[in-house]
Structures are given as C-alpha cells and as structure tokens.
Design a protein around this ligand. Structure first.
Ligand SMILES: [Zn+2]
Length: 469
C-alpha cells in the first residue's frame, strides 16, 4: 500500500472541527500527516462529508449478540441481573467456534456501521461446554480473529482469568466450566494469539492485538491475580476487569475482604495506567479519587447497564476527577457509540433532573461546554488506551481510522458546523456512517460493506441453529 491522500471539508482534529483538512496515510496504515486549513492536493480523494475519528468499543462479549432482544420478558415475580445471567449462560454454552465466527462477523459489521473501528473482546469462552479443552486452546479466540478480518474491524483480544463462581467458592458452577482459565493460561493465550497473528501475516489484514483480563474480583482469587501480575510485570498492554456492576457483588466483596471491589484493588497498589475498570457503577468518592490517582481508565456501557438494571455511575464525579471514560457495547443490545454517549448523558439527566450534566464548563479541569464533545473526547482517548493505543484519533502517528458522516443526514441539514457533533449524538435517529476506514482500508463505502450478504446469511443460519424450532 503506497501513501494515500485524502481531503475533508471538515474534520475533528485536536478536540474540535477544523476546516479543509488534508489526511495522509502511510504504507503501514497510520496517519503520516493531518493538516487543517490546507487546500486540497490535486491527487487527494475528496471525502463526501465531515470526518470524525473512529471510536474503540472498549468492552464487548460478541456471543451475547445472539441473545440481544431475547431477554425482554418477565415470567416470574422478579427479574434482575442474576436471572438474566442464568439465561445468558444457556447461549454461552451453545456457541461453537463456527457459530461464534458467524455471530461475531455480523456484530462487527454492525459495530463498523455504528462508528467503531476497533473492538475489545472480553473473552471468557475457552473450552467446550462440558469444560474439556479444544485441541487448539485458541479455537474460539481465532474464531473472533477470523470474524474481525472478515468484517474489517480492529480487534483487541482479552483472554479472561476466571476460576471460581464467587467469593469463597472453590470452583466454577457446572454451567461455567467452559470459562475456566488460570493466570498462566491467560498469559499464554494472550502471547500466543499475538505470535500467531503476526506469524500468519494476519495483522496486515486488520489490526489484531491482545491484552489481559480478570473477570472480576469475585471470580478470581487474590493469588491468581498476583500470579498474573507477576507474569505480566513487563507487559505494557491493557488489563481489563469488571468491577462494581451489581450491589450483590459489593456486599460479597465487603464481607470477604472488608472492602468494596475498587477500594480493594486500589488498596493492593495494583492499579496503574494499564488498568481499565469496566462498569465501576457503584463507587464512592474515595474510590473515584484512588482510580484517578492511579491513572487507570474506566469503561462505561450505558445501554447494557440500562438493559440489565445495573444502576448509574457518578459520571460528573469521574469527569471532575479527569478520568477517561471509554464506552463499550458489552451485551451488544446496542451497536452504536452515538446511542451510548446519548444514554450516558440521559441517565444523568434522569437521575439528577438537570441538563448538560456531562459538559465541562470553562474553568474546570478539561473545559468543554459542549456535552457531546466532552463525552466524545473522553471516549476517544479512553477507548484508544483500552485497546493499547495511546495515540488515537486524527493525529500524526495514530492509526488511520475515520468515519465520514453523511452530509444528507437529516440531523445535519442546514446546521452550523459547530453543532454537528451535538446533532449526530442528540438529534439523530441513527442513520449510520457513510464511509468507515480502518488502518487505511475502507471497511464501508457509501453505506455498503462488500461482504455483508454472505456475513448476514451465515449469521441468520447460526441464529436459526440457536433459536429455531
Ligand atoms: Zn462484560
């Protein structure tokens, strides 16, 4: 791939809209030049509308896409996260490498349409449903890599440390057997995944990398986390962990350790800039301050948290503490970051009975009076870090990912440029992005994905096998 040159009438550079932007991609699929206020070079392709960086979907369980929309009825007196989880496990235990590949490829096309160009897979499906290992321990991991290559999205695989059913439980439940992975397994799978994709030259098709994950403080005992940290002492990639999503988990953690999950992790002195705290829903001011001091990031999944009835995290407190807030599609009931950002703000409006809660007025730590821009910039920077990319966005050296908004989108017609992002987040019924580029290659052009018919029919077949009569 030689150098490619593009020109956009406007692009999101340095935290705001800039006019007349030249974008140059080098042979490795990174931006070599981003220059605003420059005339269009003769050999540049003119992009059709305003350009934004793609965002990272910082938390996904791809297989749960097969369950989206199928847990929305209540047959008993009560329904909560834990009853949802029991039903979700039935899907988790029915998925095969082939069906996971089909489900994930379709999901990843949807995520591209929703404006994500990289997805972090919090991957805990390791073995056959009865717990016996596949001949290839990476069978299900490689199914995700194949799906990412098929769709054309970047993937960060996060093999998950998962050893017990809860605090004080000696092991996993029978319906959790296929999730089992100890510290050495997680470390080896992460390193082997990167070795394998590099050796096969696969990373030249789509960007693939791996980090590490710990399911939660309840599902991994202290010695296992200590061991994973020892193995990863020189590792500078991301380490993700579910924390404080449900109040029952807080109560159990308090009973077992005397502390709530974030306070416990912080008190061990483990948190640093590699760590990503996923959900962090039920936290107090001291836990927010400890997280901010550690440099760790937070991943919020507003549509899933709403769907599961998790509760509201204190977004204004996180913003005031200057912590990056990446977004994740998690259970994949929603596959668009615009909807996640909208719900991040609307949750707070509903809770606090105020407006523009996530804006950062002038005089604050990172002033940004526009709500959408405030959330977008946190999600851009935080998402990049969650995927192991410190430099993420339309900037020299960052990966050449971009989104072209459709200038014919009704939400943009006639609006001043300064309001475009507000309109895309708050006044858009969800018209997808017109064009999407990942690492210098077009994944979507004029709303079209070249493999969509084949990917959709494989997905429909896999769904039929799971749910058909
Ligand atoms: Zn999750």
């Amino acid at each position: 791939m030689s150098v490619q040159r593009y020109w956009a009438p406007a692009a999101w550079v340095g935290g705001g809209w800039q006019p007349s932007v030249v974008l140059e991609v080098d042979a490795a699929g990174h931006w070599s030049r981003i220059e605003a206020g420059a005339p269009a070079p003769q050999d540049a392709e003119r992009l059709a509308g305003p350009v934004l960086p793609g965002l990272v979907d910082a938390h996904s369980h791809a297989f749960q896409r097969a369950f989206a929309g199928l847990a929305e009825r209540r047959d008993g007196d009560d329904d909560d996260f834990w009853s949802w989880r029991d039903r979700m496990y039935k899907v988790a235990n029915a998925v095969t490498p082939d069906s996971l590949r089909a489900i994930a490829a379709h999901l990843y096309v949807e995520l591209l349409r929703g404006g994500y160009t990289q997805v972090c897979e919090f991957h805990y499906l390791q073995h056959r449903a009865d717990g016996t290992p596949y001949d290839d321990p990476l069978a299900l991991s490689m199914a995700l890599a194949d799906a990412a290559a098929d769709a054309g999205i970047g993937l960060t695989l996060l093999p998950v440390l998962y050893e017990r059913a809860g605090f004080g439980a000696p092991a996993l439940r029978p319906d959790q057997r296929r999730f089992h992975a100890g510290a050495a397994d997680v470390w080896q799978r992460s390193r082997e995944f990167e070795r394998r994709v590099a050796a096969a030259g696969r990373a030249s098709l789509v960007p693939l990398n791996a980090g590490l994950a710990i399911h939660s403080v309840r599902a991994a005992a202290e010695p296992a986390i200590v061991e994973l940290r020892r193995l990863a002492h020189a590792f500078d990639g991301p380490i993700h962990v579910h924390v404080a999503e449900q109040r029952a988990e807080l109560r159990d953690c308090l009973a077992a350790t005397g502390k709530t999950p974030v306070a416990w992790l912080a008190s061990q002195g483990w948190l640093d800039a590699r760590w990503q705290l996923v959900h962090a829903t039920h936290v107090d001011a001291a836990e927010i301050a400890a997280t901010a001091a550690s440099g760790a990031g937070v991943v919020i999944c507003p549509s899933t948290e709403g769907n599961l009835g998790d509760g509201f995290t204190d977004v204004p407190a996180w913003l005031a503490a200057d912590v990056d807030l990446a977004v994740g599609s998690d259970s994949n009931v929603t596959r668009s970051w615009r909807e996640e950002l909208r719900w991040m703000e609307y949750g707070q409006r509903l809770k606090l009975e105020r407006r523009n809660v996530c804006a950062q007025p002038r005089g604050s730590g990172r002033p940004q009076p526009d709500t959408a821009a405030s959330l977008f910039e946190r999600a851009r920077a935080g998402g990049g870090r969650a995927a192991g990319h410190a430099n993420w966005g339309l900037a020299a050296g960052a990966r050449a990912d971009l989104l072209v908004a459709d200038p014919d989108d009704a939400s943009l017609l006639g609006l001043p440029q300064a309001r475009w992002l507000d309109a895309l987040v708050f006044s858009s019924p969800g018209r997808p992005w017109r064009d999407v580029m990942v690492a210098g290659r077009w994944a979507l052009r004029q709303h079209h994905h070249v493999q969509v018919a084949r990917i959709a029919s494989s997905f429909a077949r896999a769904m039929g096998e799971l749910w058909g009569d």
